[in-house]
Design a protein around this ligand. Structure first.
Ligand SMILES: [Fe+2]
Length: 379
């Protein structure tokens, strides 16, 4: 390549055409180029410090050329010089979203998943960030994993959460303890069966990752029931496409009301990601409010809702097991639906302590562990 080649750049009214390293010609807008000059970012704070709102006139180049594999632009007015490597420009040339290492394909699982579930030892996780990356990957791909060898302490749970993110409080507070209460404020606090649900749907954005640390479990019954909402919703879409559309597009109300709170939200039972793929569910009969939709809409919605609810009980999807003391099951609260069989309250002790962190923190931790990122070299 000629070290200076003016022929590789064509200045236009609102942007320029440049020939990239692979020979293709790509167009870049002048505002975008000026805003994303390398000098726009402070290497210490790693934040943008250039303020494009202060530009009275739209940015225009005085001249532009390609030199040594980079586009150089000299800007009109302040004569600021910007240099962009052609490789960097190529990443944005097609208007596609920036690659996200945490956007891993979800792998649907079924009732036989228990022996295949990813397992990690808590002391080993604390000692090895690469093991944390594998744990985070299992949570992104399968939506569930078990952490074993948990310390029998409250702090043990907190330090496990902190490996992925911060504790995310809900209206229950920072933690919840599941054992049989004398005056229960939630079905989980009784020995009755707990139908399949996702947690805290009444919040605007229910917490993303749930941690359930089993401290004692010697009761008769009380099997844990977990299923992959992605597996069920994908099957539902195949069998009942119209019902699937209704559940993916219609918002229904959820609530949690007691003397000191009145929490309400509207959620779609089936959650789709930006590509239209199923990314999760929000389901909870005990937190579903009176459906305040037009009654004629309910003529269609209720049969679809019930058909889906029945699929959530299909043994083909439900992984059945009994969590052991010293284990912490960690799962995507927007994807994995969980419940519990009834147990005999007087037959022994059952105590689980739970909390949450957010999905965004899980993804952030994973990215920092596995990818180079834009500013890593500045660290
Ligand atoms: Fe729950």
């Amino acid at each position: 390549m000629d070290p200076v080649d003016l022929s590789q750049v064509t200045l236009k009214e609102t942007g320029l055409d440049v020939t990239l390293a692979d020979g293709s010609v790509a167009y870049f807008n002048y505002y975008w180029l000026r805003d994303n000059c390398a000098t726009s970012f402070d290497m210490e704070t790693r934040e943008r410090v250039f303020d494009i709102f202060h530009e009275e006139q739209g940015p225009k180049p005085e001249s532009a050329m390609v030199r040594d594999g980079a586009l150089e632009v000299l800007w009109h007015g302040d004569c600021h010089r910007s240099v962009y490597s052609l490789d960097w420009l190529a990443m944005y040339s097609r208007g596609e979203k920036r690659h996200d290492p945490a956007a891993l394909p979800r792998k649907a699982w079924f009732s036989d998943h228990y022996p295949k579930m990813a397992r990690f030892s808590q002391p080993a996780l604390k000692a090895d960030p690469q093991l944390v990356a594998r744990w985070a990957e299992a949570l992104l791909v399968d939506g569930v994993a078990i952490v074993e060898d948990m310390p029998d302490t409250n702090e043990g749970l907190t330090e496990t959460v902190r490996l992925l993110g911060h504790v995310r409080p809900t209206y229950w507070g920072e933690y919840f303890d599941v054992y049989t209460h004398i005056k229960p404020t939630n079905l989980a606090y009784t020995a009755k069966a707990l139908e399949m649900h996702t947690d805290v749907p009444a919040e605007d954005l229910a917490p993303g990752v749930q941690f359930l640390h089993c401290r004692a479990n010697s009761v008769q019954g009380g099997d844990n029931l977990f299923l992959d909402g992605v597996a069920v919703a994908n099957e539902f879409k195949r069998l009942y496409p119209e019902d699937f559309k209704l559940l993916a597009e219609t918002e229904i109300p959820f609530y949690s009301e007691h003397d000191d709170r009145d929490v309400r939200s509207r959620q779609r039972v089936i959650e789709l990601d930006e590509f239209g793929e199923v990314s999760g569910l929000t389901i909870s009969q005990h937190m579903a409010d009176v459906f305040d939709l037009p009654q004629t809409v309910l003529d269609r919605y209720y049969p679809a809702f019930c058909r889906f609810g029945r699929m959530l009980k299909d043994p083909k999807f439900v992984m059945r097991f009994n969590i052991r003391a010293g284990e912490c099951i960690v799962f995507d609260n927007h994807r994995i639906v969980h419940g519990r069989d009834a147990y005999v309250a007087t037959s022994g002790e059952r105590f689980l302590r739970g909390t949450y962190c957010d999905r965004g923190e899980l993804r952030s931790t994973y990215r920092t562990l596995v990818s180079q990122r834009r500013f890593k070299s500045a660290a």
